[in-house]
Design a protein around this ligand. Sequence first.
Ligand code: PHE
Length: 497
Amino acid sequence: MELGNNERLMLRLMLSDPNEAWEMSKLLDGTGLTDQVHIAGAGEYLKQQGLLIVNETILTNITLGSEGNKSIEIGLLELRLWNYLLSLKNEDRTMKNLINSDFERYETGPGVGILKGLGVNIEAGIFTTPDDSLVTSKINDRVLFLNKINQENVISGDLDKNMIKHFSSRKNLIQIEESIRRNWKLTDKGAKYDSKALDVIELIGEITPELLQGDSWKNMKFKPFDVNAPAPTPAGGRPHPMQSLIERIRSVFLEMGFSEIEGDYVQSAGWNMDALFIPQSHPARTMQDTFYLSNPDKIEVDEKYLDLWANVHENGHDTGSKGWGAEFDKEESKKALLRTHTTVNTVRHIANNPDLPSKVFGIGRVFRQETIDRTHLPEFHQIEGIIHEPNANLSMLISTLKTFYSKMGYPDVRVRPAYFPYTEPSVEVDILWRGEWLELGGAGIFRPEVTEPLGTEWPVCAWGMGLERLAMLILDLDDIRQLYQPDLERLQKMPLI
Ligand code: PHE
């Protein structure tokens, strides 16, 4: 098998001292190669040819952590506590005195435990030991250990195993890092290799149009490529997985004939809720659930809509409904808030285009007062959409959602009856994922109480789906927070969407 130039350079260098175990820095210097990857690659190939062996030693490097550095500066906790106790008469070495001393609570708490571990007893609130000097000497050993680490980068083999174990169990005192050190050594076969056969040859690594214009390539040698050779994964830039997912959803809806709409984060309660026939007494409207704003605290709403919503909410207006009955408060409608769902965008779209059939969607951020946990964030995204046209109906809605989720890779979709104040019928939308039905959003046909004030008599298919839930399925995550943590390593490994 023909050797490449990197292999030739490396082998020729190693033959200059065939018994040497060559380290990376010497190989780089000697060959003139500048990238460790080239040495590692050439070494791998020569190893496969039986010409050299690679020795690997795992090194454990120990350095001080943040608490370790602090101990060097102000003294190890047990040393300071112990010196304090030693400064007192035996009968004054009490827990009470310790608590009232200058030590902070976060120090005395764990500190007492550490002293106990060193053989200090507490009898009737007094610290006692069988032999004070024993405690002093144990503490000194610990201090010496930390000083040693502080002075030089030490390799674990040189240190007391029990001390390493002890300090590893304490937070941030020491840091242990493993690294691999390699060296390369010729085998007998390698040492016998004829170095005259190792001149660097001109190899063609890249076939360019210029090269192919002439005939010279016919007599040249081509660089062999080993597609199975280990290589570093290129850490190039890539869009954030959430951004890629949004782009993909966007293209699916565009492909299905929808147009995209947008809206503001800041909305009035009127458009966010009253327009959707959500009663003003609804629990979701409280401060616990919704972020109301103080600046601006009010947003003007067209009086025409306030009148219509007031009528519909109080008595149903001309919709055939009886409304909610309770008195409608127009000031409540003007309250400014962060939108709690993107349904506000679709109703506003209908209000602006009541006579125009439309199929629109939007992917937007929404805000709710949620405690952050594995499945909840106070800011998340919805995939919203409507079909507003004279013959819109429930089966059209369901088949649209089925088509959408099939295109996203989830062909099994089902709907279950549900309740929203603004749709009738209302459904919850589930998809089948690894044998389980998972709820991804809500949908339905807008009620006349919603559409009449908007100025249309056509039915409206409407839906609002969770984006993060879908992302978690696609990216195989079990914690929603992982989507937004700036953990580059995890992000790098997420699948391409
Ligand atoms: N707005 C609802 C939600 O936030 C979803 C929905 C949209 C339901 C449209 C029905 C119609 O969960």
